[in-house]
Design a protein around this ligand. Structure first.
Ligand SMILES: Nc1ncnc2c1ncn2[C@@H]1O[C@H](COP(=O)(O)OP(=O)(O)OP(=O)(O)O)[C@@H](O)[C@H]1O
Ligand SMILES: O=C(O)C1=C[C@@H](O)[C@@H](O)[C@H](O)C1
Ligand SMILES: [Mg+2]
Length: 170
């Protein structure tokens, strides 16, 4: 994988966008950025707080403006939030401004990787597994719609997946 200027990672919660993104950026000698972290540092509050106070709509508004800016950063691997594909405007800029990689994880693996982590407000309800299932049914086609490349993350470590991406991509 060479000559990549902007790489955007999409996929569900627990797919490894943040974890693999850092390794991939190192391998590509690119910078790394994460839209969730950027939203938190701009707001001065964590995502759970933003959902509490401003609701999901408030978070999505912040996310849309951060995505519009960050998809213009050159020499960067950008890890996005799991719900980024819910807005048309985000899908449009991701698809048109860089190389989009969909990190795919099965529902079972999403459940395993997110269990007990309270930092994802959408999973703090009564039945996080049902929520992950519903979100995945809705979003999987949208991740695929904008992806230039899809990689399965279920059965390998983040390090191996990053290496595989470095070797596989055109
Ligand atoms: N391939 C993998 N194998 C095993 N564990 C993994 C793998 N990828 C990620 N993980 C683990 O799953 C958890 C979630 O990973 P990470 O935070 O990178 O996901 P994410 O896609 O950025 O999620 P979000 O959309 O919520 O930001 C972390 O504890 C990470 O170490
Ligand atoms: O899947 C989602 O909708 C989310 C995923 C996280 O990355 C955060 O962006 C936030 O918790 C919402
Ligand atoms: Mg992340």
């Amino acid at each position: 994988m060479s000559n990549y200027n902007r790489v955007f990672l999409v996929g569900p919660m627990g797919a490894g966008k943040t974890t693999i993104g850092k390794l991939l950026a190192r391998g590509l000698k690119l910078g790394f950025a994460d839209s969730d972290s950027e939203i938190e540092s701009r707001t001065g509050a964590d995502i759970a707080w933003i959902f509490d106070v401003e609701g999901e709509e408030g978070f999505r508004n912040r996310e849309e403006s951060v995505i519009d800016e960050m998809t213009l950063l050159d020499h960067t691997v950008l890890a996005t939030g799991g719900g980024v594909v819910m807005r048309n405007a985000n899908r449009r800029v991701l698809a048109s401004r860089g190389f989009v990689i969909y990190l795919h994880a099965t529902l079972d693996e999403q459940i395993r990787r997110t269990r007990g982590d309270r930092s994802r407000p959408l999973l703090n309800g009564k039945d996080p597994e049902a929520t992950l299932r519903e979100l995945f049914a809705l979003r999987d086609p949208l991740y695929r719609e904008i992806a230039d490349h899809v990689i399965d993350t279920d059965s390998s470590s983040p390090k191996v997946i990053a290496q595989r991406l470095l070797a596989q991509l055109p």
